[in-house]
Ligand binder design. Structure first.
Ligand code: SAM
Length: 230
């Protein structure tokens, strides 16, 4: 599925948000990290700057930095307006208010853009998309996927979710996904099928409460791992 320019909504988070969403510590990052659907998040840029091996994969990396930046400027006001129009849907703790959210999203994409050209050259930003990733098996200690699977359960089928998570389990020894809610703030209908599919493969999974909640009710991640961590 090729992504057309006007479908892109480059809305990215920071390393600090990722660390809270996925309860990350230094040990979790030590085997190399894949940010799947990383978009314009500054996670990979910030990890790289601190000496951690990190790679992002996303179909939008087919576009230049200036194209991604232009799309951010084209959508940012309407994204923030949607948030302002639904104040009860959000928890204003990490982001203090819509203006703070705006500033944080801008800071994240700026961090991403400052790293993007170098990162493309160094093969840290890879064009690719679920459910089939361009990496060898066991390439990473951890793969994270933020605000893609489960969130877009209305658009992405159960079969797509199952194939995508099995693919993430192929390329990484552990997988973490956040949030487990849909855009309508309902529990994803695909969670049970995903947990059942990984169990059939001999993997374990657990729903873990995390110390981060912006989408009201969205304060849990799914952790999928191989028993014994091998
Ligand atoms: C809402 S953004 C989240 C960006 C980032 N993960 C974050 O939380 O800040 C979702 C991202 O998923 C990417 N995406 C869409 N379909 C994808 C697929 N099949 N495989 C990988 N990434 C995909 C989009 O291009 C977009 O950058």
């Amino acid at each position: 599925m090729a992504v057309s320019f006007d479908q892109i909504v480059p809305w990215g988070r920071s390393r600090q948000e990722y660390e809270l969403m996925f309860s990350l510590d230094a040990e979790d990052l030590s085997g190399g990290v894949l940010d799947c659907g990383g978009g314009p998040a500054s996670f990979t840029a910030e990890l790289t700057a601190s000496g951690v091996r990190a790679v992002s994969v996303d179909p939008i990396y087919a576009f230049s930095g200036s194209e991604i930046h232009a799309r951010f400027e084209a959508v940012v006001e309407s994204m923030i307006s949607q948030v302002r129009a639904t104040p009860g849907d959000w928890v204003w703790s990490y982001h203090r208010d819509p203006d703070d959210l705006y500033a944080n999203r801008r800071a994240a994409i700026e961090g991403f853009l400052a790293d993007y050209e170098n990162g493309l050259r160094e093969h840290r930003y890879i064009v690719g998309e679920l459910p089939s990733l361009p990496f060898k098996s066991d390439s990473f200690g951890l793969a994270v996927c933020s605000h893609l699977l489960f969130l877009y359960s209305d658009l992405l089928s159960e079969d797509f979710h199952v194939r995508s998570i099995l693919e993430l389990c192929r390329v990484a020894r552990e997988v973490r996904l956040f949030p487990l809610l849909t855009l309508a703030r309902e529990p994803s209908p695909h969670l049970a099928a995903v947990q059942s599919a990984v169990r059939l493969r001999g993997w374990s999974s657990e729903v873990v409460p995390v110390n981060f909640e912006f989408q009201r009710g969205g304060n849990k991640m799914l952790r999928v791992f191989r028993p014994g961590g091998v």
